[in-house]
Design a protein around this ligand. Structure first.
Ligand SMILES: Cc1cc2nc3c(=O)[nH]c(=O)nc-3n(C[C@H](O)[C@H](O)[C@H](O)COP(=O)(O)O)c2cc1C
Length: 280
């Protein structure tokens, strides 16, 4: 058992570090390279039924492309997190069920993208969110994660209460920490008064330990990952660093996090999750 191993939504992962959906995760070659070079979960690019040419950030080859890769990798023991988009409720349910049947462990409903928000409006109200995600819940056996928009009109507590009631285990949230935040890793202390430092921290607090939070945004090194964990993240996703550096970025960040945990005499990342203190 290594320091960065974790259970996410009940699924055992060898590392808290994983790629973010999109960068380096659309083409078969990219996904197999991530699989070979990193011991943790692999996250697929968001897909819809038939594939998209636009918008640019959601270009994908369609759900069958990803389902075929999942059918190959799952029996080899690789935990797959597949990301779902669509512009109708029916499409989202269809994509989710196709990936579920292909053996993915976790389905990440990408409800954060403008493409989904402007068509399906999942966060228009708690009732609307319940209608859509509840329908997916009723059709799939996989663990469900929801990628939450960085700007959210709904209260985190209302969203986490709903997630608990319909068995959504994971919220993928923005790691939007203040740029000037100072944290002493040895004591796990942030300067200043207690406050909600990020969407990750807000969801961690609202979830009261019953919702696992994944941090996405600005994870470029082990220190970023360590601070995301202190502020409540159970796992971290890496986007831009992967574009800059290639697949090796994930292993590098994992090793840096492992080193910082050792330096601070932690035997498991679980010992720091949500343990941020304020003052100093
Ligand atoms: C080129 C590109 C493509 C992306 N495609 C997706 C996608 O398909 N699905 C998704 O949920 N997020 C997508 N994202 C957003 C990333 O998953 C992530 O949330 C974002 O890049 C922030 O993380 P970072 O600061 O590490 O880059 C994309 C981002 C980039 C830069």
């Amino acid at each position: 058992m290594e320091r960065t191993s974790i259970r996410l939504g009940g699924v055992e992962l060898n590392s808290t570090v994983m790629n973010a959906s999109g960068p380096h995760s659309a083409e078969k070659g990219e996904i197999y390279e991530l699989t070979a070079r990193h011991k943790g979960a692999v996250v697929f690019k968001s897909c819809n039924i038939a594939g998209l040419e636009a918008p640019d950030n959601l270009k994908n080859r369609g759900v069958e492309h990803f389902a075929a890769i999942a059918r190959d990798l799952t029996p080899r023991g690789k935990p797959i997190i597949a990301s779902v988009v669509g512009n109708t409720d029916d499409e989202i349910v269809k994509v989710a069920t196709t990936l579920d049947r292909a053996g993915v462990k976790i389905l990440e409903l990408n409800l954060a993208d403008d493409y989904v928000q402007s068509s399906v409006a999942p966060f228009a109200s708690i009732g609307r969110l319940k209608e859509l995600v509840g329908r997916v819940r009723g059709e799939v056996g996989a663990v469900i994660a929801v990628k939450v928009p960085p700007k959210l009109a709904l209260e985190p507590r209302a969203v986490t209460d709903l997630f608990k009631s319909i068995r959504v285990a994971i919220a993928v949230c923005a790691n939007d920490l203040p740029k000037d935040l100072q944290v002493d890793l040895a004591s796990g202390t942030a300067t200043g008064a207690p406050r909600t430092l990020s969407q990750v921290y807000g969801f961690y607090q609202a979830g009261e330990g019953l919702i696992d939070v994944v941090a996405v945004g600005g994870i470029n090194g082990g220190r970023d990952a360590y601070i995301a964990h202190l502020t409540g993240a159970k796992a971290v996703q890496v986007g831009s660093a992967l574009i800059k550096e290639g697949a090796g970025a994930l292993g590098r960040i994992d090793r840096e996090l492992e080193g910082l945990l050792a330096e601070n005499r932690k035997t498991s990342v679980n010992q720091i999750i949500g343990q941020i203190r304020f003052g100093g």
